[in-house]
Design a protein around this ligand. Structure first.
Ligand code: SF4
Length: 209
């Protein structure tokens, strides 16, 4: 457990979903008993003339090894291939390698010592674990730099012609493609969209990165 006030939190779990998730969480062994834990951790670093920022649910560190935890409440357990291709998986691991040294006694955390774990509140015994290495880090960071550079130098930002993309977009109300912000965190919508577009993320990984 994470040193959270269990009794107090139990009282807050006042819907069937929350109660189930909380029970699953309480019964889970995350394997980080002797780790230093950083909850709701924000890390950032400059990329070009911008700043990349990410907020982590939990980063656990012990003797140079770092495990990133991200809690998910998906009703369907996503495929590992889909999770591996997500920007979150790639940005979180690479940013920790770049900006996490202060959590590790001032020494950079080497990519081989970084792992990211998606823990699913409805599938507590089936977390998705992603290791990392220097080659993946180099690939991810150069793509991030390239994208930031492209965005910085773009003169025009035309709306996509493929309006299916807008269904789960956080910014859609600005584009007049929905009255409210889309739920970017709603992975089910993303997964649905993935099926809709018939995207093969493994293939994209090979080609683009
Ligand atoms: S709503 Fe989102 S995806 Fe659609 S055009 Fe606007 S920014 Fe692009």
């Amino acid at each position: 457990m994470l040193g959270l006030p269990a009794e107090k939190l139990s009282r807050l779990a006042n819907t069937p979903d929350l109660q189930r998730w909380w029970q699953n969480y309480q019964g889970a062994d995350l394997g980080i008993d002797n780790y230093a834990r950083f909850m709701e951790l924000a890390l950032s670093c400059p990329v070009g003339e911008h700043r990349l920022l990410a907020k982590y649910d939990l980063v656990a560190i012990k003797e140079g090894k770092a495990i990133i935890f991200d809690w998910k409440t998906y009703t369907k357990r996503p495929r590992n291939e889909w999770l591996a291709a997500r920007w979150q998986t790639r940005v979180y691991r690479s940013l920790l390698a770049v900006a996490g040294g202060h959590l590790n006694g001032g020494r950079p955390i080497v990519p081989e010592q970084i792992e990211m774990v998606y823990w699913f509140a409805d599938y507590p015994n089936d977390p998705a674990r992603f290791s990392y290495d220097a080659k993946q880090f180099k690939r991810d960071w150069s793509v991030i730099e390239k994208f930031v550079d492209e965005i910085s130098s773009a003169k025009k930002f035309p709306l996509t012609e493929d309006e299916k993309m807008c269904r789960f977009c956080t910014y859609r109300s600005y584009c007049d493609r929905g009255k409210q912000a889309g739920q970017i965190e709603d992975a089910e919508a993303e997964m649905e969209a993935e099926e809709l577009f018939d995207v093969n993320f493994e293939q994209i990984g090979e080609i683009a990165f």
